[in-house]
Design a protein around this ligand. Structure first.
Ligand SMILES: CC(C)[C@@](O)(CC(=O)O)C(=O)O
Length: 176
């Protein structure tokens, strides 16, 4: 069951998530070593694959670096849940198939280290220590499709392949 890491402050910026001194690579496994380093340098020693970050409002503000998504995904974070996100960070998350879930009162509902159950299809996250369940803002279907495909580029390739598959029979008829 995922563990929740709570970063309660609002306006956690991309420089705290992945400091600019580490933007020398786009390799997620390398960036992962420095995830949240300028907010909590011990995070990388605690986080396990599939864990969830719960954060304050305007998470991911500051720069447009996609590395802020790659570092957290590389560290094994399955989702970030916050009341809201900086717009560029939010779109970077969608484009990379990474879950940025908007949910009010999420900081008040979890304590650091709580176990959680995330029901993406149902749109809920449950603190299984207290039994409290919150409903997050429904994720747009295309964002779920991108997440399933593994990212925007993979999603667009799939869409292109689907179009080609649909056109194939007509092309075969034309040449029959
Ligand atoms: C280009 C990059 C290093 C950038 O300057 C981009 C940005 O500031 O949006 C950053 O600090 O993430």
């Amino acid at each position: 069951m995922p563990t929740v890491h709570v970063f309660a402050r609002d306006h956690i910026n991309t420089d705290e998530i992945i400091p600019a001194r580490h933007l020398t690579t786009d390799v997620e496994a390398e960036l992962a070593k420095y995830a949240m380093e300028d907010y909590d340098k011990d995070f990388v020693r605690r986080v396990q694959p599939g864990d969830i970050i719960v954060a304050g409002a305007d998470f991911g503000c500051g720069s447009s670096r996609e590395h802020a998504v790659w570092a957290l995904r590389g560290a094994g974070v399955a989702a970030v849940i916050a009341p809201n996100f900086a717009r560029i960070y939010y779109r970077n998350s969608i484009n990379n198939g990474f879950l940025a879930l908007e949910c009010e009162n999420v900081v008040e509902t979890f304590m650091d280290g709580d176990p959680a159950e995330l029901d993406l299809a149902g749109g809920t996250v449950t603190n299984t220590r207290t039994g409290q369940t919150l409903t997050f803002v429904p994720v747009p279907q295309f964002a779920l499709d991108v997440q399933k495909a593994g990212g925007w580029l993979e999603y667009m390739r799939e869409q292109d392949q689907n179009r080609q598959d649909q056109n194939q029979p007509q092309q075969e008829e034309q040449h029959a």
